[in-house]
Design a binder for this molecule. Structure first.
Ligand code: TUI
Length: 315
């Protein structure tokens, strides 16, 4: 059995956190992951307080286990959703795409455990000082908003930089990734792309099919010019975005406008032309649709077999 300090910290059976994927991580996916013994997350994405409140209440009808909320700090509604998690008695918050420091005193005061997703050692140290109970070190292999460093280089450096638990993220989609993460010093993993094809994941059929068909070189990181690169599948949308990014006659405003709403089009409409299908580099390792329970069980039995009793977390 694999048990790590993350299991005790978050009151979960398996040391796995489901990525807080915008438009994807809803009550259905979060409650399925919670029921399977991992940490499920609802993504507050760019939604307002009312949407988040109702999604939290919906998830509570679908599971008795703890689940968390991911707050995307670039959201125009970040201030209001930051209050909702307190009012609704959420116990665990993860954050992405920015610094959560201004919200942390209120969250910690309300007894919320805060796990910021971080792309560098400097930010990891700032989060530890700010009272984070753990950090999620996410390498650029991940989907969505990505940092510069790879998981392989980032995770051990973050482990050396902080004394709180470190969760590895980016490029992890099977037991090999879990076993490797432990060897790098992490005590848990965050997985996004593999959960895109979970049966309980409510995204459009086209999105799941594209993930299942993806190859190693099927993703691209666009938007570097705007300061927040996003990894997604190569599609007509992302190729056009990439081209325009290197065209000096296209303004930053026009580029931002091109990206607006594109993730929703992918998730809800399965729009193959205009959709932005965010996905990590591990997409090629994701080959079939499965129930969440099966995904988690399969990943951890593979990790256990590989570790063969080695490492401090296996018993
Ligand atoms: O946040 C993510 N992944 C995301 S957010 C997202 S929504 C989006 N949609 C369209 C365009 C852009 C985003 C999709 N995927 N991952 C976690 C992550 N956080 N990656 C990088 C960071 C990060 C960056 C800066 C965390 C902290 C940070 O701090 C800055 C500072 O100054 O402290």
């Amino acid at each position: 059995m694999i048990k790590t300090p993350l299991c005790d910290l978050l009151n979960i059976e398996y040391p796995i956190i489901q990525g807080g994927m915008a438009w994807v991580a809803d009550a259905s996916l979060a409650s399925a992951v919670a029921n399977a013994g991992g940490l499920g997350l609802i993504s507050a994405m760019n939604a307002d307080a009312d949407w988040l409140r109702s999604e939290i209440r919906k998830a509570r009808t679908m599971t008795d286990r703890p689940f968390g909320v991911n707050i995307m700090l670039m959201s125009p509604f970040a201030d209001e959703v930051a209050k909702v998690v307190v009012d609704e008695g959420i116990g665990i918050v993860t954050t992405g795409a920015g610094s959560p420091l201004k919200y942390m005193p209120a969250w910690i005061g309300a007894g919320i455990k805060v796990l910021p997703v971080i792309p560098s050692t400097g930010i990891a140290r700032r989060m530890e000082k700010g009272g984070a109970c753990a950090v999620i070190a996410e390498g650029g292999e991940s989907g969505g908003h990505v940092g510069e460093l790879t998981t392989m280089a980032l995770v051990p450096q973050v482990c050396d930089a902080v004394s709180i638990p470190v969760v590895a993220a980016g490029g992890i989609a099977d037991g090999r990734g879990i076993a490797a993460s432990f060897m790098l010093g992490a005590c848990g993993v965050q997985v996004g792309t593999r959960f895109l094809v979970a049966e309980e994941c409510t995204i459009h059929r086209n999105y799941k099919d594209k993930i299942i068909k993806a190859k190693d070189i099927s993703t691209i990181a666009t938007g570097k010019r705007l300061g927040h690169p996003v990894r997604c599948l190569k599609t007509p949308f992302s190729r056009e975005f990439f081209r325009k990014e290197y065209d000096p006659s296209v303004s930053d405003e026009d580029l931002e406008a091109l990206g607006a709403g594109a993730l929703r089009l992918a998730v809800q409409e399965g729009d193959e032309k205009r959709g932005c299908f965010m996905a990590g580099q591990a997409a090629a390792m994701v080959t079939k649709e499965q129930p969440v329970k099966e995904i988690i069980k399969e990943m951890f039995s593979e990790a256990e077999a590989l570790l063969g009793g080695a490492g401090k977390w296996v018993s």
